[in-house]
Design a protein around this ligand. Structure first.
Ligand code: HEM
Length: 154
């Protein structure tokens, strides 16, 4: 009798397991892709960041802020990698942002709201240059927008 009960509970556990995971006809919704995947993964994010930096360097409203960075290939590469990691991690990708906090990075710079908007404009232009759809653009800007308070007037 005891063995019979053990067998019965084993069978019911096995069947319960099968009914949740292995039956593809069930009603379990397929998880929707996260923003990282919708943006096109690391290669697409890298391409957008490179275009974004090119736009910033060409933007007379703010490129003076980056003169020392651009003059130093190591600093430029570090900024590029930090931006890639930041967007990758923030959008749910498999990266880890290892840079400073936004407050630490921008403290003492006295960045104005106009400069912040100019930089966001350069990012939007880069996203448009790669035909990133409106939904993904807005989702990414929604991640970066809240950083404004740690960047402007610090
Ligand atoms: C959403 C807006 C912004 C984001 C996400 C952002 C992101 C970053 C990141 C990740 C770094 C590198 C931090 C590190 O070195 O550990 C950085 C540095 C810097 N940011 Fe920003 N930033 C933003 C806005 C701005 C604006 C508006 C300006 C000026 C117009 C600016 C100027 C700089 C400068 C000059 C550096 C130092 C670069 C260097 O290390 O040589 N940032 N920012």
């Amino acid at each position: 009798m005891k063995n019979y009960l053990v067998l019965l509970s084993f069978l019911s556990l096995t069947l319960a397991g099968m009914s949740c995971g292995e039956n593809k006809d069930d009603l379990t919704p397929t998880p929707s892709p996260n923003l990282y995947e919708r943006l096109g993964g690391i290669n697409a994010i890298t391409a957008v960041v490179d275009q974004f930096l090119a736009n910033v360097v060409a933007d007379n409203a703010i490129n003076g802020r980056f003169a020392a960075t651009v003059a130093d290939p190591f600093r430029t590469q570090l900024l590029r990698n930090n931006l890639i990691d930041q967007i990758c991690a923030g959008s749910g990708g498999p990266c880890q942002y290892k840079g400073k906090t936004m407050l630490e990075a921008h403290q003492g710079m006295q960045i104005t709201e106009a400069e912040f908007n100019a930089l966001v404009g350069d990012l939007i232009a880069a996203l448009d240059q790669f035909n990133v759809p409106t939904q993904e653009k807005n989702d990414l800007l929604a991640i970066l927008g809240p950083m404004k308070t740690d960047i402007v007037d610090q």
